[in-house]
Write a protein that binds this ligand. Structure first.
Ligand code: CA
Length: 535
């Protein structure tokens, strides 16, 4: 992928910064300006035209005259059609472009791409917590599952006391996390799409970072009863609590239980249950495991035109390293891959995998259509200020996070990942919903790229944040973990940043390093994807 990107510099005029541009593919008729603060009119671009007007950083410039109706090509594909004549040296922004229609879902190439042969990468390990179901945690956290939002206040009160009074006695436990959410009652729980939020919550409770210590706080009268959330046998416990032949059931504290007299009785009941789980979690120790035990979710948020040129290609290179090491990697965000679907179905290992991807796209097209919108509802004002004209351009930059490996598996929203290699996990692009669904899939490490800047973090897994621009990395020096802007500056290659990210992942997974989001305890809410009606 790296050979597609060229950063070019021209001789600067006296006192001016050296003009830097980035071209993604040889056939592109636009480049983006890499310089901090953009470039003024009259600037001679490297190997190209003189700027006719001021062009902000990350925004596109026409390399040649583009007549009205002709395609504007970036990433080797038409990202739009010129609404009027665009002379060479002009700023090409979204108001000059008509967006192409989405690629139809019929007649897509299915498993036609010759698989890139990726040699195995051996000998890389990290220190993780091996679970009885075979999965590996990167952190050792007590999670308290909730069946319904009604119990959130009581649970939070108990968690504050657990952290203050119990946690100091269990130094091997990293944290106590309440899995608070808005679901559980007041919802059409028998609607077909209700399966999505319910399985999401179930699978999050079973995330590898929670060590199989499932405990639940329930109200009592809610629609999502504990046995519906976690039916006996939906998970396994292999220790002294497990009676042979009897399916595992979670410990449940029910607030409406007649045994509770007063608020403190509920709180103390939650604390008593928590203590037994903390004792077991505290007895666990990290052990050396192969890098193949990583389950990495990648996503982007607050994207700009650099995302697809710096951070996402570096993540894509790292994705290939992880696949070569035998690990599991997920990329997601339906609206941000929709315009690249033909590339992805071609990269599927089998026609069945391609068909599963097409099914997820079709489901999401219909979901958006029911709401009276389409994929173009995705882009934000910040994306556009950051040079991204529309969702086509954004998607082309987003899918490079998936690297070059064959796509061997597809997950529906909320499903649990059970395979190694590269998986397309269908999720909305919303940062919080995507992160929540990747948690449900079993992610034990999260990688997040950003160009505009977001302080995003999750309580349940470490989030490594990668800045697309040096300016952002410099200003947000205590929020960004990796600066991929060095690629645009010409100071590092995509491969170098990809390797830097890979070794940081092993350090973070091992607990040797904390991410900035962990350091500051920046925890965004879990947001369940509920496509079903509420009542
Ligand atoms: Ca996102």
């Amino acid at each position: 992928m790296s050979d597609l990107v060229t950063t070019q510099a021209a001789r600067p005029a006296c006192g001016m910064a050296k003009p830097l541009t980035i071209q993604m593919q040889a056939q592109d008729n636009v480049v983006i300006v890499a310089n901090d603060g953009g470039l003024p009119p009259g600037t001679l671009l490297p190997g190209g035209p003189v700027l006719l007007e001021r062009v902000p950083q990350a925004h596109k410039v026409a390399l040649v005259d583009i007549p009205a109706g002709a395609p504007v090509v970036r990433y080797g594909v038409p990202i739009g059609y010129a609404l009027k004549d665009i002379p060479a040296g002009s700023w090409v922004h979204e108001r000059l472009l008509e967006m192409p229609d989405a690629r139809g879902l019929d007649d897509l190439p299915r498993a036609t791409a010759r698989a890139t042969r990726l040699p195995p990468l051996e000998g890389y390990t990290f220190e993780g917590y091996r679970n009885t179901d075979g999965s590996v945690g990167t952190r050792n956290i007590l999670a308290i599952t909730q069946t319904v939002q009604c119990v959130a206040g009581v649970t939070d009160f108990a968690v504050q006391r657990i952290k203050a009074e119990l946690l100091p006695r269990f130094p091997n436990v990293d944290d106590v996390v309440a899995l608070e959410h808005a679901y559980g009652c007041g919802v059409a729980i028998d609607a077909p799409d209700a399966a999505v939020p319910i399985r999401t919550l179930r699978n999050i409770s079973l995330n590898p970072n929670f060590g199989g210590e499932v405990m639940v706080v329930s109200l009592g009268c809610e629609k999502l009863q504990p046995e519906r959330l976690l039916p006996p046998g939906s998970f396994t416990i292999v220790d002294e609590r497990q009676v042979a032949g009897v399916p595992a059931a979670p410990d449940v504290v029910c607030l409406q239980d007649s045994a509770h007299v007063g608020f403190m009785s509920m709180v103390e009941s939650i604390m008593r249950q928590a203590e037994t789980h903390l004792q077991r979690l505290n007895a666990r120790r990290r052990e050396t495991v192969p890098a193949s035990e990583l389950v990495v979710g990648v996503q982007c948020g607050g994207s700009d035109a650099f995302s697809g040129a710096t951070a996402n290609p570096a993540v894509g290179f790292c994705t290939d390293l992880l696949v070569r090491a035998g690990a599991s990697v997920m990329f997601s965000e339906v609206t941000e891959v929709r315009d690249g679907i033909a590339q992805l179905t071609a990269r599927a290992t089998t026609p069945a995998v391609a068909d599963a991807m097409i099914r997820e796209m079709a489901w999401y097209d219909a979901y958006l259509s029911r709401g009276g919108v389409d994929r173009s509802a995705n882009t934000t004002p910040g994306n556009k200020s950051g040079g991204l004209s529309n969702i086509v351009e954004k998607a082309m930059g987003s899918i490079v996070k998936s690297g070059s490996a064959a796509i061997s598996n597809v997950l529906a929203p909320g499903d649990k990942l059970r395979t190694k290699g590269l998986t397309y996990a269908a999720t909305p692009a919303s940062d919080f919903i995507c992160g929540t669904l990747q948690l449900a899939a079993g992610m034990n490490l999260h990688v997040f790229t950003t160009g505009r800047g977001t302080p995003y973090g999750l309580a349940a897994v470490p989030v490594i944040k990668v800045a697309t621009r040096t300016d952002l990395a410099r200003r947000w020096h205590d929020l960004m973990d990796v600066n991929a802007g060095t690629i645009a500056d010409g100071d590092a290659t995509i491969e170098e940043v990809g390797w830097e990210l890979f070794s940081l992942m092993l350090d973070v997974a091992s607990g040797r390093k904390k991410t900035w989001a962990e350091h500051w305890k920046l925890h965004n809410a879990l947001v369940l994807f509920n496509p079903a009606p509420v009542t």
